[in-house]
Write a protein of this length. Structure first.
Length: 95
């Protein structure tokens, strides 16, 4: 069975929807962008249930993306400190 749903792109980014569609499981998902929103066509035995699962996964993906954006500078600083520390230890062993 096939059914089309509307999704507001203010709540979910197109990237989050694409990522969710890639892990949709047994459902076939087609995304169409237009007019401030997106049309999501779901083909599955129970399209409503498949759409709910898709939107749950889109929410998970959106949260991950938002968290990465928010913590990017901090994670880069931690990584840089770890690399500098590792280089310092390596140089002290050589000398």
């Amino acid at each position: 069975m096939k059914k089309e749903f509307k999704v507001d792109l203010v709540l979910y980014s197109a990237e989050a929807l694409r990522l969710a569609a890639n892990v949709a499981g047994n459902a076939r998902v087609a995304l169409k962008k237009g007019g401030g929103g997106a049309a999501v066509e779901v083909e599955a035995g129970d399209p409503e249930a498949a759409f709910r699962e898709l939107m749950n996964e889109a929410l998970n993906q959106q949260c991950r993306m938002d968290l990465v954006k928010r913590n990017f500078k901090t994670s880069q600083l931690i990584l840089a400190n770890a690399l500098v520390s590792a280089l310092g230890q390596k140089n002290s062993r050589e000398g």
